[in-house]
Ligand binder design. Structure first.
Ligand SMILES: *Cc1c(COP(=O)(O)O)cnc(C)c1O
Length: 349
């Protein structure tokens, strides 16, 4: 039994790849770090799209290993412009890899990965995508798009507790793994690949999570990946409609992520107090903003094990919380707007 789990049906389908999907015992950042150490050598150059806390993490990992980073800095809440990345690729012809988030969870913006893949496919540059709030949320077929490395973690769309990280690599990424000279041991992808071939892992697997993974993949496949993606899209549109109906601005209106929605609070509003009230008194947990967005936004997650009524509950709690703190809210307005969208997903009969 233990040895068969890497055949977990659905993992390749989920990544849209014919390649092996490595299963690591780590949080998502482990797969991010492994992507850096397995592809690059000391002194290598890389381009990082930095549009939030997770983009910043790519930079920190790279710099931690002595990789020279050229950042494409993106205003928080916006998606990167492919032309800005094209320019960075021109300016830094020695860059070996481009690191980006598909969905930048800290701002809830979606970066245009297919357009970036168009750029890297034609060059000798590897495209490394943090898909931690994208894999299982939206269609991101890695082989078809030409993504070189796609990583995710267990605790987001895969509906599991934290503790597993996943990585899949293209042929040319595997060739780079052979050449890379950065130090690596626990996250040595060569060992892990050998493990997959033997239906095992290099190190002790997080076996309880691996059993959970089988069940999670089964749920996703039973629902059908197309419907999984449609559900996430619907929940996201419902949440955005609710925010607009309440007169609240989105942080990422132009390219919003289907995984989570960041809503700007009215100016002068104490977002941290609202967050605590909602969590501790109303028992509905949102995410706040990080760093410079602390207290200014509230984030509603709608990925993974969620359905229409989670969104309704979240929006209702937000309405009541805003009113509690004196914001002029017409109760039910956001819920009503959300329901109009959610009704699209009702069973036929
Ligand atoms: C959650 C998340 C991570 C994950 O990090 P952990 O190591 O699992 O805490 C990385 N990138 C993105 C975009 C995320 O949303």
């Amino acid at each position: 039994m233990i040895k068969s789990y890497l055949l977990a049906p659905g993992l390749r389908e989920l990544f849209g790849t014919a390649q092996d999907v490595l299963v690591l015992a780590a949080s998502g950042t482990g797969a991010m770090e492994g992507s850096v150490t397995n592809l690059l050598s000391p002194g290598d150059e890389a381009i990082v799209v930095n549009g939030g806390k997770f983009g910043e993490r790519w930079t920190k990992i790279c710099q931690g290993y002595g990789v020279v980073v050229h950042e494409v800095v993106v205003e928080w809440g916006r998606a990167v412009e492919p032309t800005a990345v094209a320019q960075a690729l021109e300016s830094h012809p020695k860059a070996r890899a481009l690191f980006v988030q598909a969905s930048e969870t800290s701002t809830c913006a979606l970066h245009p990965v297919p357009a970036l893949a168009e750029l890297t496919r034609r060059r000798d540059v590897l495209l490394v995508v943090d898909g931690i709030t994208a894999v299982g949320v939206l269609d991101l077929p890695m082989d078809r798009l030409g993504i070189d490395v796609l990583v995710t973690g267990s605790q987001k769309a895969l509906m599991l507790p934290p503790g597993l990280a996943f990585a899949a690599l293209s042929e040319r990424a595997w060739a780079a793994v052979e050449r890379a000279r950065l130090p690596r041991f626990y996250f040595d992808f060569r060992r892990e690949r050998k493990g997959v071939a033997e239906r095992s892992t290099a190190w002790t697997p997080a076996i309880s999570l691996v059993y959970g993974l089988r069940a999670a993949l089964q749920l996703l496949l039973e629902e059908g990946l197309a419907e999984v993606y449609a559900r996430h899209d619907r929940l996201a549109r419902a949440t955005r409609a609710a925010a607009s109906a309440l007169g609240l601005r989105l942080l990422a209106p132009e390219s919003p992520s289907p995984a989570a929605t960041a809503i700007c609070l009215p100016a002068g509003f104490d977002g941290s107090a609202l967050f605590r009230y909602l969590r501790d008194r109303m028992r509905v947990t949102f995410a706040g903003g990080q760093d410079r967005l602390k207290g200014k936004i509230i984030r509603i997650a709608h990925l993974g094990y969620v359905d229409a009524f989670d969104v309704v509950t979240g929006v209702a709690a937000l309405e009541l919380g805003l009113r509690h703190f004196g914001a002029p809210v017409e109760l039910g307005r956001g819920v009503g707007a959300a329901e109009v969208v959610l009704a699209e997903g009702l069973p036929a009969r």
